[in-house]
Design a protein around this ligand. Structure first.
Ligand code: HEM
Length: 406
């Protein structure tokens, strides 16, 4: 019997950059980890990290920095660049601390607890509406409007602009990791970036003159206090909050609806006592789904990760999805086990300085949604249907999920 030769790191990385993992990410990531949890292609100066200890170490290392939003002259002259490059995601050290510290105020436990009631009544309204309509697309009817409405309210934006925000959010998702984006689509993304700049610039001026409740007013005021936040920074980070609050949580909700349908015994277990069990269930769903599949980092000094020596300047493709299915930490990692004892060790929100700012909000939204869903419609039905995911390297979410609440 002959065994297939082990692929070289370069071959696995080539397949990865070409999107070979998108059809079935866990299967590809297991194969890559099987070759090595740190797959280094020294000729190109890149490494793919798919193991939990290695991903965790990289994200927490002082010798690893985040990626910058960079490009040639044409990119730097674009509106997309102006919207993306001041986002806190692409900054380190004091510049990152300054940008993050202003926004962090909006996510204190007190502010979040105050939102619980609103999130609960909004969830009930969406569920009532969907139940009345019979068969609906759960992405459009439930998974998208819940987080969008919540973040729009927290920022103090107008709910009547929600459709526009959804389109902008899709454009930012393309800028963060779109796959096979056509030139026509890039032109639309650039037009959206111009529209976002105009919208937030005018709004910030209005809010400074006439403060309103909400995070955006607080950020606009902070800009006035000794120029701590420039106009471009305000704009970019407001857009980041808007988008981060959209796509990710929406993918957690739609993915959970599907995963619980596929695992009826898990759904029944959660439905028996949602209040008590939902906390751990949300952690396990975050681990299982990894709504943000990965991120990028750069090594700043020679560094050994998982026994592999990486020169300064190596680009790290950090697979959060890979870490979350690492069998060295999670027993039987491809099984959804809502009672898993160490589910909380997942890296779905990353780790280190850029640990997700909205993690508590996302957990709250996920918990309230699943509790209300399973308290009221534990027998919801998902008919046979072909499933398609949005073509994106970074964010993994269903395009559509038809379902019936009953
Ligand atoms: C299930 C939902 C969510 C997931 C899985 C998620 C995941 C992540 C991950 C992995 C990062 C780190 C990215 C990196 O280091 O490159 C991140 C950062 C961030 N997230 Fe989330 N997120 C979620 C929901 C939210 C929500 C609801 C908000 C806010 C409304 C939010 C705001 C942010 C912000 C502002 C950052 C940047 C933090 C920084 O750079 O310091 N996220 N998120």
């Amino acid at each position: 019997m002959t065994t297939a030769p082990t692929p070289t790191p370069a071959a696995v990385l080539d397949a990865y950059w070409n999107g070979a993992h998108l059809a079935d990410p866990p299967a590809f990531l297991h194969r890559a980890r099987g070759v090595s949890p740190v797959l280094h292609d020294s000729s190109r100066g890149v490494a793919l990290l798919t193991g939990h200890p290695e991903v965790s170490a990289a994200l927490r290392s002082p010798h690893v920095r985040t990626t910058r939003y960079e490009g040639g002259e044409a990119v730097r002259a674009s509106a997309s660049y102006a919207v993306m490059s001041p986002m806190m995601l692409f900054h380190d050290g004091p510049s990152h601390t300054r940008l993050r510290s202003l926004a962090v105020r909006a996510f204190t436990p007190r502010v979040l607890e105050e939102s619980r009631e609103f999130i609960t009544s909004l969830t009930d309204e969406l569920l009532d509406d969907a139940a009345r309509r019979g068969e609906v697309d759960g992405v459009a009817a439930l998974a998208t409007p819940l987080p969008v409405t919540v973040i729009v309210r927290m920022l103090g934006l107008s709910g009547t602009d929600a459709d526009r925000f959804r389109m902008w959010s899709e454009s930012i998702a393309d800028l963060l990791g779109g796959v096979n984006v056509t030139p026509e689509r890039w032109a639309q993304v650039e037009a959206d970036a111009r529209a976002m700049r105009a919208y937030f610039r005018t709004l910030a001026d209005d809010l400074r003159a006439n403060p309103q409740p909400g995070l955006l007013s607080a950020l606009a005021a902070a800009e006035d206090e000794g120029g701590r936040l420039s106009g471009e920074e305000l704009l970019a980070n407001a857009v980041l909050l808007l988008v981060a609050g959209h796509e990710t949580t929406s993918n957690l909700i739609s993915g959970s609806l599907h995963a619980l349908h596929e695992h009826p015994e898990q759904r029944a277990w959660l439905a028996e006592d949602p209040e008590a069990r939902v906390g751990n269930a949300v952690e396990e769903l975050l681990r299982f789904l990894s709504p943000v599949q990965g991120t990028g980092r750069v090594v700043t000094v020679p560094l050994t990760l998982g026994g592999v020596e990486l020169p300064a300047g190596t680009f790290l493709s950090v697979s959060l999805a890979g870490a979350n299915r690492d069998p060295r930490l999670f027993e039987d990692p491809d099984t959804l086990n809502l009672a898993r004892e160490n589910a909380r060790l997942h890296l779905a929100f990353a780790a280190g300085a850029h640990y997700c700012l909205g993690a508590s909000l996302a957990r709250l939204e996920g918990s309230v949604f699943l509790t209300r869903l399973l308290t009221r419609f534990s027998a919801y039905r998902v008919p046979e249907q072909p499933l398609a995911y949005r073509p994106n390297f970074t964010l993994r979410g269903l395009r559509e999920l038809r379902l019936h609440l009953r």
